[in-house]
Design a binder for this molecule. Structure first.
Ligand code: F6R
Length: 366
């Protein structure tokens, strides 16, 4: 069951290389330069004619939607809006019949997401589901879809569901970009080849586990924690903060790094750990200057950096390395140390990691 792992959550974190491979297997053909996804192929015109894509989801799945917004807009040049399903369903949203709605749900049973789907369908939109559970209510209610092949996720805190959702959404964005001609052939091939290397790179990121445990020991007694990231890694910062809140009950907030100076910087003192995603591709210099702002206010800095980084290392209290990749795929790597960090903090605090208080795996009530 848990094999040799102490908790399901840790097992599921370590399953990510194979879960991602299972999710792109049969879909990603890097050699031939083809992405096959029946649910997209069968409805290609709807996607290509869409004036915009609306993404509805809750929690971690909503964070995957935010990553997808960056990827779809960057690669496929289709405007994307991401909404909390619980807000969308009650605010008389503008939905047009040529909108494509993507609903993301690991369980496929989330009540608010289900209600948002029904509303979108009533207004004539085409609804595409990204679910992990085969035959789930949402997978049956949507017009078409693509499953993540994460396998059963038992730990209440979502881990492998998140990275496999990003994998499916990246494949979709690349496929549409190719069909629309908004990506060059060279770039398209590069993305496909790089996506194929991600499982191997996650294996490397997982090797930081012992080091991350030391970082966790150092900061386990913090009362608060900030997570910062920019661009594709801003949603990863939100997800990192959610993971810490859920299982360790430490208050944490995620912010786009540049928003610090508009308020949250007032919180910084020598007691405040700040986890900063500062990978080399993507606003690196800007993030380094954000780190300097924190340092000059005595904040404690944990940098998530690209292998071999030296600038952040000089400033930070700790750095955790991830392998290099293209910018749009960095979330698949930077998420890993954040999952492990919250896991170890929660274990060190003696919390019930797999079944945190007040939380259920499927939220079937609104
Ligand atoms: C966080 C978590 C929740 C779920 C949310 C949506 O770790 O598990 O935030 O992501 O309840 O659930 P699904 O994806 O099943 O619709």
């Amino acid at each position: 069951e848990k094999n040799n792992f102490e908790h399901f959550m840790l097992k599921e974190i370590y399953e990510q290389p194979s879960a991602i491979r299972d999710t792109y297997r049969g879909r990603l053909h890097a050699e031939e330069g083809i992405i096959r996804m029946a649910g997209v192929d069968d409805n290609l015109e709807r996607f290509l004619n869409a004036k915009r894509i609306l993404i509805v989801a809750c929690g971690t799945s909503w964070h995957a939607g935010l990553v997808a917004e960056y990827i779809f807009e960057d690669l496929a040049r289709i405007p994307v809006e991401v909404e909390y399903a619980s807000e969308f369903r009650y605010r008389n949203p503008i939905i047009n019949s040529d909108d494509v709605v993507i609903a993301i749900s690991q369980s496929g049973e989330t009540a608010d997401t289900m209600a948002a789907i029904k509303l979108a369908k009533e207004k004539g939109a085409f609804v595409f589901g990204v679910c992990n559970v085969v035959g789930s209510s949402i997978s049956r209610e949507t017009n078409a879809g693509a499953y993540t092949h994460a396998g059963p996720e038992i730990g209440v805190a979502s881990t492998k569901a998140f990275t496999t959702q990003i994998t499916v959404l990246t494949l979709m964005a690349l496929k549409l970009a190719k069909a629309k001609g908004s990506i060059s052939n060279t770039d398209f091939h590069m993305h496909l080849q790089e996506l194929e290397t991600i499982p191997q790179k996650i294996e490397v990121a997982l090797q930081e586990n012992d080091h991350i445990k030391e970082v966790a020991f150092k900061y386990k007694d913090a009362r608060n924690c900030l997570y910062l990231g920019r661009g594709f890694n801003f949603p990863v910062a939100l997800e990192g903060a959610l993971k810490l809140k859920e299982i360790s009950y430490i208050h944490a907030e995620g912010y786009p790094a540049a928003e610090m100076k508009h308020g949250p910087i007032a919180l910084i003192d020598e007691e405040m750990p700040v986890v900063v995603i500062a990978t080399r591709k993507g606003h690196y210099e800007k993030v380094v200057s954000n780190i300097q702002e924190i340092k000059s206010r005595q904040g404690k800095i944990i940098g998530i950096v690209t292998e071999g980084d030296t600038s952040v290392r000089d400033l930070a209290d700790y750095v955790i390395e991830v392998p290099d990749t293209i910018e749009s795929l960095t979330p698949l790597l930077t998420t890993i140390p954040l999952q492990l960090l919250s896991y170890h903090i929660a274990v060190l605090l003696g919390k019930n990691v797999d079944q945190p208080r007040n939380l259920a795996k499927s939220v079937t009530v609104e």
